[in-house]
Every structure is written in structure tokens, then in C-alpha cells.
Design a protein around this ligand. Sequence first.
Ligand code: CP
Length: 396
Amino acid sequence: MSVAVPDGPTAGAIDDSIEADVAAGAGDPSVLIGDAGSEAARVAVSVPRVDDAPETQGIGWPHRHLLDLDVVTWPEIELVMRTTDAMKEVLARPIPKVPALRGRAVTILFYEASTRTRVSFEVAAKNLSADVVNIAAATSSVTKGESLIDTVRTVEALGADLLVIRHGTSGAPYLAAQHFGGGVLNGGDGWHAHPTQALLDLYTMRARLPGRSLAGRKVVILGDVMHSRVARSNIWALTAAGADLWLCGPSTLLRGFDAWAKAGATAGRTFTVTSDVADALRDADVVMALRVQQERMEGGLLPSLREYAARYGLTRARLANAKPDALVMHPGPMNEGVEIAPDVATMDRSVITDQVSNGVAVRMALLYLMAGVRTGAAASGASAALGPAGTNEAPA
Ligand code: CP
């Protein structure tokens, strides 16, 4: 299968077969199923009654694992959005809690630092009445040399039904999915994917845009695209939503994305790649600045942070090119004064704190939907952990 995933660290250090899985899913336009204008997109989405346990309802969510959005169709994304609406209603109650996941165990296993994703998954699981275990790799037996596979098997033996994992190596959640009997949610892997972030970004945009639609809206992702798993997952989400997506940054931080754009175009998933920031921001409806990931930066990609801020930082002057009411976004954590000016991050049309708070509702929706997927005797082993044709769908 040809691959159009821009360069990034691969999972080779973990397992070559996982690298192949990542590549197969992450760049092949043939796996793109839904788009916002299609007949499928108009299919009515049946929203679950989220006060009740998911297994008591016929929910049309087929994915046992959520590893990236490349295999998630537009109607399925719509289901996540509508289920998130229902979770927002729960969160507005005096006691923002439902018993839906009572008796289910969610383990949160993070090998990389996180505030938003880790905490919001924990809050989300507790709001659903699940039992929650947090494991930070730095204080676990990982420090004694335990492998990822052994850790996953141990977590399963300790009773986990759902596993949320963040890892610095692209593809690690795919490996975990092959060895875990329940469902795996990718909380961010290397440069590769951050699907729950992309879904909460999409939810936040829809909540603020007229008609709750991204169709034809110009969305600009600005900055260190190359190192950004958020950008990669947002490419899948935003092209599915029909947005006019632009990626903008220094050419050294856009390497490989032109090829992806060309490959995506053949499947009707177009986006524009440019280093011209004024052109990108002109008449934009949404501008999302990305963190300059200094910890992933090799020498020579940027002359200096100062020069980056001067040429690509999101300032009021630059934002003046966008529509007057253009939304300002950032997935966080922010380097204020580098990729985004402090006064832009806090201006009225900034929805950065909305992104954080919507993260709880989106993750409640995803935990709920995934808890409703039949895994059948914990899917009876690793061979069933990935669905047909290497997808992450539940085995029939
Ligand atoms: N956006 C995001 O993933 O933030 P954290 O690293 O704090 O989880």
C-alpha cells in the first residue's frame, strides 16, 4: 500500500509490523470512506441514551480501538459529535455524572508528559462512573526495563477494559492494540496521531461556526506541522468535514505534506500546503497555532525561536488578514511569545479554553461508544485485536 505520511519517527524500534500498520492506515486514500457532502453524511445519527449502559443499546460504533481517524467515517464522526452533545448536557447537570460505565475499568498509561489529555480522560471516565487507574511510566516497572507488551498484558491481567495510552514512539498504541483484549484509545503517539484532540478541535469549531458546519470554511493550521500529531489527525477530521484546510509553516517543517496533499486529492481530500503566512491567513475562518516542539526538533530546522516568532508567530497584525471573527485555537501546551502572542491567546475569539473543556465531553463520548463495542471474551487474544483487513474495527 503506498504511503503518504510525512517523515517522522517510526515504530521500528518497537516492532516493524506495527510500522507497517501505521503506514497502511495513515496515508492510503482508499481507506477514506465518508465526506461531509456525501449521502452517507446525511444518514441520521441515532444518539445513544448516555444515562444507560452502552451495551444495552444498539449503537452504530464499530471501532474497538481508536488509533487514528483515517478509518473513521464521516457518519461515525457525526455520532461522536452528537454523543458529545449528550455528554455536554450531562456536564451541565448539578451532579455531572452518569452510571453508564459502572463496573468498567479504564487504565490511563502515559509514557510522555501530559496535562490536558491525561486529566480530561480521567475526569471523563469518572463522570461515567468507571473505575480509573493512572500509570505514569516514570513511576512504573517500565523504569526496571519492562516492555510495552508486558506492561499491556499486566494492565489487562489487573482488569482493565479500556486502555488509554500515550507514547513518544509513533505506532506504540497499534502494538498495544495487538496485545490488549479490550479497547485501546490513542492519547498521542510520537508525531503520528492524536485522534481525540482532533475530535475535540472539530467539536469546538462546530460549536462556534454558523450552522455548526465546517463545509467550505477556511481552517489554517500554522506552525510546526512536521512534528505535530495534532495536525496529522486534524487532516483526517477536517477534510472529512469538508473544510478548506491550509497547512502553513517554514518549509523545513512542512516536509512530506505536499506529497500527502497530492495523494489525498485523488480521494477528494484536498488541502493546501504553503509557507506564505499572509496567503494562508487571508479570509481564514479558523486559525490554529501549533506548538514549536523544541524537544523533537533536530538541528538546523529553525534558525532560532526568535526568527520563527518574527516570521510565523500568530500576532494581532497577522491575524488581521483573517476574517474579523476568525476563531483562534491552539491544542496546548503553548509557548506564548513564540508561536502565539499572549494577547492573541486570550482575545475574545480565542477558543483555547473551550478546547480544553470540550475535551472532557468528547472523551466521555468516546469512552462510552467504545465501551459499547462487543469484544467477546476479551476478543480471545491478540489475533482478534485488529479487525478485518488490518483495520481497527471490531471483529464480526
Ligand atoms: N493537547 C495536548 O495533548 O495536551 P497535553 O500534552 O497537555 O495532553
